[in-house]
Ligand binder design. Structure first.
Ligand SMILES: *Cc1c(COP(=O)(O)O)cnc(C)c1O
Ligand SMILES: [Zn+2]
Length: 413
């Protein structure tokens, strides 16, 4: 703990103190956490990590908090599933699913960022936690605020899935739906932040928040036996996760924790109905043109991504690419993952599986390379996406012949 020197502008490299700030006042670049890697290197070995708790806190030395975390003790260390059946279906011999659909406590990778953000907010002395959310962040902020005994006030675009709404309200928060897209909600929150001294996890706490998702990258490397994969396919909304997986791999490399070098190709995955980042990648530009989202993949529907520029940069630097899939392909991929691996992911996982299929067909991912697909959320929260996919259940009488009739019908059909 306590390995943070301060904040640093990602662009002009000016240094700032550890405060709830996120923009450089000189060049308007984003601020990021500046770690003392020399100190971390003295504290951490493979063994010290392996001896740590089965949670993201086995990497606590790499986390941007100064005190032990207050909430989220059981977040992270989710399964890395060797997906042999899906691999066979896609033509990949070494395919893995990093499965955050079962992350504790709210079933998405957002628990990683929120565990850090709320712990940091407590260090800063805030009594209210807030955020703009596409759904999963709302669930996690409400849950961790409840755990911390803090107030929360959460903003979402109108029209989110019922599971995401109920999965926020249950924790006793103030949930506010805004008539507009996520980007409208986010803009409103920036205005509210100027009037209320709250911890907005993805605004004024953003530099700290983002680094929680580095743990997703560390886990992939550790679970592959201290190696990084040849390819990783990442769902992209604001572009935080994709840049942090890349950062995590390089931190492990720098500290000598990996076998081999980082030669991972990072692939960005979006839904065609909201694909500002993959569109820029395909056009070969780093200029993001904002879009108005229109897709069932609501959790990653950000039309004007805060870190979009860095998402493009990461894929380019790594030698990766970006692809997007239609809503029909998203649903097809959700079903494929469930039927082959027994994993029910939400729409964002349909996006990464669907995009992987495309990348294999394009020859960008090769059969014998090690490939990790990021599955970041749970399907039970987005059941609306499957409306009309299955016909109504047939109800039978509690009699053997009733069953035999329908059973033989279905097998002969
Ligand atoms: C938020 C979210 C993402 C992507 O988040 P970034 O803003 O790009 O870090 C991916 N998948 C799910 C399920 C999410 O909720
Ligand atoms: Zn700057």
């Amino acid at each position: 703990m306590g390995n943070v020197k301060g904040l640093k502008c990602k662009e002009c490299k000016r240094e700032f103190p550890k405060e709830p700030i996120h923009v450089c006042e000189f060049c308007f670049g984003p601020l990021e956490v500046d770690y003392n890697y020399e100190a971390i290197g003295k504290q951490v070995t493979r063994k010290s990590i392996q001896d740590g708790p089965p949670s993201m806190w086995r990497y606590k030395e790499f986390m941007p908090i100064d005190e032990p975390n207050v909430v989220g003790h059981h977040v992270g260390f989710t399964p890395l599933v060797h997906a042999k059946n899906l691999g066979k279906a896609l033509g990949l011999n070494k395919l893995y699913i990093k499965n955050d659909s079962v992350n504790h406590p709210t079933f998405s990778f957002k628990d990683r960022v929120v565990a850090v953000a709320v712990s940091k907010a407590i260090e800063f002395g805030f009594d209210t936690i807030s955020c703009a959310s596409t759904g999963n962040l709302a669930n996690s902020v409400a849950a961790h605020s409840a755990e911390a005994g803090l107030k929360s006030c959460i903003f979402i675009p109108d029209g989110l899935e019922a599971g995401k709404i109920l999965g926020t309200l249950i924790y006793g928060t103030q949930l506010i739906a805004v008539n507009g897209s996520y980007d409208d909600v986010n803009r409103l929150c920036s205005e509210i932040a100027a009037h209320h001294k709250w911890a907005f996890v993805n605004i004024n706490i953003r530099p700290y928040y983002g680094d929680g998702s580095k743990s997703y990258g560390y886990e992939i490397a550790e679970q592959l036996g201290w190696r990084v994969p040849d390819n990783v396919i990442v769902p992209v909304a604001g572009s935080s996760l994709i840049t942090k997986i890349w950062k995590a791999f390089h931190e492990f490399e720098m500290l000598g924790l990996l076998d081999g070098k980082v030669q991972t190709k990072v692939f960005a995955a979006q839904a065609t109905g909201c694909s500002p980042v993959t569109t820029a990648i395909k056009k070969g530009t780093d200029v993001i043109t904002p879009v108005k989202p229109n897709t069932i993949a609501k959790s990653i529907a950000i039309g004007n991504p805060a870190d979009g520029y860095y998402g493009v940069k990461t894929t380019k630097e790594s030698g990766g690419y970006g692809e997007d899939v239609s809503d029909e392909e998203v649903v097809e991929a959700m079903k494929l993952l469930a039927e082959t691996e027994g994993i029910f992911t939400e729409t964002a996982g349909g996006v990464t599986v669907g995009v992987t299929k495309k990348l294999v067909q394009q020859g960008r991912i090769k059969p014998d390379e090690t490939t990790v697909i990021c599955v970041t959320g749970n399907g039970l929260k987005t059941v609306e996406a499957l409306n009309g996919q299955y016909s109504d259940l047939t109800v039978i009488e509690p009699k053997l012949n009733s069953f035999e009739e329908i059973y033989s019908n279905s097998v002969t059909a």
